[in-house]
Design a protein around this ligand. Structure first.
Ligand SMILES: O=C(O)CCC(=O)C(=O)O
Ligand SMILES: [Fe+2]
Length: 292
């Protein structure tokens, strides 16, 4: 057997317990790992890893081209531009990294081509708290009524890094010119599984294109609550050495900040460049155009 796997919750997540990702992985083993990740609806936990930043980068590259740190990020952390330090640690009076994602979101959904996978490695984890929650967005879509699905498949939303709902958390005084708002389909077809998932988040989705604000707010509020209900969630309690790989194309996540000021936490984060999101309607129109 290439590795042992065990489900983490009924609807998402798989733990791989006996694979050292610093060792050369054959294409066959990596393909099996990728399949396990997709089959587990996008949460892969690789336990007991010991990773230097170059080793984490090398493994992350197996998932696709690396995304470099955004230039606006205030904390450089380690010298590799592919690695972001996610931490509340203070060393010599300076913050080592930043805490991020303390709201439901999908990574970089405010970008035209958002990241596909994010890899977060737990170097120093609190003895309690500091969990990360993941919500299955295939299930969020599948459990809507047929009429709601039909309506949402035609709609696009506006996604904004400076969404007022979360902007207050960003400690920025003025809105810089980077990160203009972008539009994405509300229902996203996953490019690898071809399954449809909801693609809105309370963190970054601000409007619905073509709807008045009051209608959009009511629909979005319903979707935010529906898509993050407890039944759709796996809550990861970190062990030191966990490497968690999540799929932003079919998940939302939320970094629970219940530990800051009590315990320290330090993670290394890499992310993989993804595709421009495409909705089911756009797919069928594109295939009709090819057929015509
Ligand atoms: O710190 C975490 O658990 C996750 C933070 C987050 O949202 C991210 O790194 O994308
Ligand atoms: Fe995140």
């Amino acid at each position: 057997m290439m590795f042992e796997s065990a489900p983490l919750s009924p609807h998402l997540g798989v733990r791989i317990s006996n694979l050292d990702v610093t060792k050369p992985l054959s294409d066959e083993t990596f393909a099996a790992l990728r399949k396990a990740w997709l089959d587990a609806n996008g949460v892969l936990v690789l336990s007991n890893q010991t990773l230097t930043p170059p080793q984490q980068i090398a493994f992350s590259r197996r998932f696709g081209p690396m995304k470099h740190r955004d230039t606006h990020r205030a904390f450089e952390g380690v010298e590799h531009p592919e690695v972001v330090v996610v931490s509340n640690k203070v060393v010599d009076g300076k913050r080592l990294g930043r805490i991020s994602g303390v709201f439901w979101h999908s990574d970089s959904s405010y970008d035209v081509a958002p990241v596909s996978a994010t890899l977060l490695y737990g170097l120093e984890v609190p003895p309690a708290g500091g969990d990360t929650m993941f919500a299955n967005q295939y299930l969020a879509y599948d459990t809507l009524s047929p009429r709601m699905k039909t309506m949402l498949c035609e709609l696009k939303s506006v996604n904004d890094y400076y969404n007022p709902a979360t902007y207050k958390n960003r400690q920025q005084v003025e809105r810089p010119s980077v990160h203009p708002p972008v539009t994405h389909p509300i229902v996203r077809r996953h490019p690898e599984t071809s399954r449809d998932a909801l693609y809105i988040t309370r963190g970054f989705t601000s409007h619905i294109v073509g709807l008045p604000a009051d209608e959009a707010t009511a629909i979005l509020e319903f979707l935010f609550t529906h898509s993050t209900q407890p039944e759709f969630i796996y809550r990861h309690h970190w062990q030191r050495g966990d490497l968690v790989v999540w799929d932003n194309r079919c998940l939302q996540h939320y970094a629970v900040n219940d530990y800051d000021g009590i315990y320290t936490r330090c993670m290394h984060r890499t992310s993989v460049q993804g595709d421009v999101p495409v909705g089911p309607g756009e797919m069928s129109r594109a295939s009709q155009a090819v057929a015509a």
